[in-house]
Ligand binder design. Structure first.
Ligand code: ATP
Ligand code: MG
Length: 241
């Protein structure tokens, strides 16, 4: 469902190699956790996947569509949660969701049903008529998360989706994502919360200095490390260089 083939990206005319020859495939029904230290290249990879950045080389395909050749088809397939929940300040929450619903051509009743389910889950239903500028960081994150589900996309791509969420919301989001994957959909998300990755992801990938240094199930990753006690220990060992 997600295929990254030899993706490379550098900044500042090659001075910063953010991602180097990255290969990765994520299947339908999978929850994939993308881990790596600060500056490792997670956001850069994600931006390439969703068409916000052009790679220097390589191909990213979502649902069989090449992001560079068929950007619109890819965008129909994905729900995207960026690293920072930047939403226009001068519109209300519901106006933001309706805007997204219009962009994706989601029929009114379907849109309302899906939005309400998430807004209620996130306890955001009472704030939905307020201007976004009055929202806290967590509330903005919840609004963006709600928007990413609106068109029921087969693939969700999320850059640190749990940041700013309180424990209850984070728990509810995980439940929702699990349900979502049972419908043969795909979730790809980056996180620094190793406990979440350990308990919740079918497979994880670890990117370090732009290279994918490990990828697989927890058992598969354990084989790569000397200290196999926890994903935290494995992560620290594999990224210490
Ligand atoms: N617009 C940019 N211009 C120049 N360098 C950049 C730019 N964006 C990212 N970088 C560099 O590319 C590398 C990868 O950054 P990226 O944001 O992809 O990391 P990340 O894994 O998402 O980190 P974090 O965990 O802190 O979010 C870093 O060295 C960063 O400094
Ligand atoms: Mg990042």
């Amino acid at each position: 469902m997600i295929e990254l083939v030899n993706i490379s990206k550098s900044y500042n005319r090659g001075a910063v190699k953010a991602v180097e020859s990255l290969n990765l495939a994520v299947k339908p029904g999978e929850i994939f956790g993308f881990l790596g230290p600060n500056g490792a290249g997670k956001t850069t990879t994600i931006k390439i996947m969703v068409g916000l950045l052009q790679p220097d080389g390589g191909t990213a395909r979502i649902g069989g569509f090449d992001i560079q050749k068929n950007p619109l088809e890819v965008k129909k397939q994905i729900g995207f949660v960026p690293e920072n929940p930047e939403v226009y300040e001068k519109i209300t929450g519901i106006e933001y969701l309706n805007f997204l619903g219009d962009v994706h051509g989601v029929p009114g009743p379907e849109r309302a049903k899906r939005a309400m389910e998430l807004l209620e889950m996130f306890k955001l239903d009472n704030a939905v008529n307020d201007l976004v500028q009055t929202y806290s960081h967590g509330m903005r994150q919840k609004l963006v998360l709600t928007g990413s589900f609106l068109h029921n996309p087969p693939v969700l791509i999320m850059d640190e989706p749990m940041v700013g969420l309180d424990p209850r919301s984070s728990f509810d989001l995980k439940e929702k994502l699990q349900e979502y994957c049972q419908e043969h959909r795909t979730v790809f998300f980056s996180t620094h919360i190793l406990a979440v990755a350990e308990q919740f992801c079918h497979r994880v990938g670890i990117i370090h200095q732009g290279r994918l240094i490990a990828c697989g199930t927890l058992e598969e990753l354990q084989k790569q490390a000397r200290n196999r006690e926890s994903l935290e220990k494995i992560f620290l060992e594999l990224t210490e260089a």
